[in-house]
Design a protein around this ligand. Sequence first.
Ligand SMILES: Nc1nc2c(ncn2[C@@H]2O[C@H](COP(=O)(O)OP(=O)(O)OP(=O)(O)O)[C@@H](O)[C@H]2O)c(=O)[nH]1
Ligand SMILES: [Mg+2]
Length: 201
Amino acid sequence: MISKSALLKVILLGDGGVGKSSLMNRYVTNKFDSHLFHTIGVEFLNKELDVDGHHATLQIWDTAGQERFRSLRTPFYRGSDCCLLTFSVDDGQSFRNLANWKKEFAYYADVKDPDNFPFVVLGNKLDVPERQVSGEDARQWCRENGGHPYFETSAKDATNVASAFEEAVRRILALDDRADHLIHNNTVDLQRKNHPDPSCC
Ligand SMILES: Nc1nc2c(ncn2[C@@H]2O[C@H](COP(=O)(O)OP(=O)(O)OP(=O)(O)O)[C@@H](O)[C@H]2O)c(=O)[nH]1
Ligand SMILES: [Mg+2]
């Protein structure tokens, strides 16, 4: 069971410029900056929220997407509870790179079973009229790569930003409930009396 004071680490990955920092800033401070600088290394912000009756603190880790900062970001992947794979709907290359981001995350976070790890995919910059990636293509990629939830967001006008982070929490809670269930079902009951076999002498 997730405790009342659960601290959940969620990490944003994706190409430089897709809007990771903008999504984090929109969600935590409700602000948008149209001239944001590239992130160098990693930064994080905390946000408290309630999802389906659970209270949690989200620790959102925003990483530098540019290739030259790779060695600065990868040491921070370990211990993540959920990974938000982010691309920009007006940048086809950022969409095609999702598989590389997933691989990089699984390797450096040392995820034993990537198929069952909670990834959420975000197609950002929904407000930009010139799309290069259709919603259908994105949804198909999500279906074929592990059934990840997909959200189209705009950090600029706040579309779907809160819903995407809430879904991350839901995915973590769902995994946690499953683990909790397994633990309970596998617990040895030390109180239980062993009834003697009536057929025995
Ligand atoms: N129109 C529009 N612009 C956005 C949106 N999100 C981010 N931007 C702009 O895109 C540019 C890059 O955004 P960032 O948030 O810095 O991108 P990033 O993914 O953090 O980039 P790195 O730190 O280099 O990895 C900035 O100029 C933002 O203002 C959005 O939803 N809509
Ligand atoms: Mg950034």
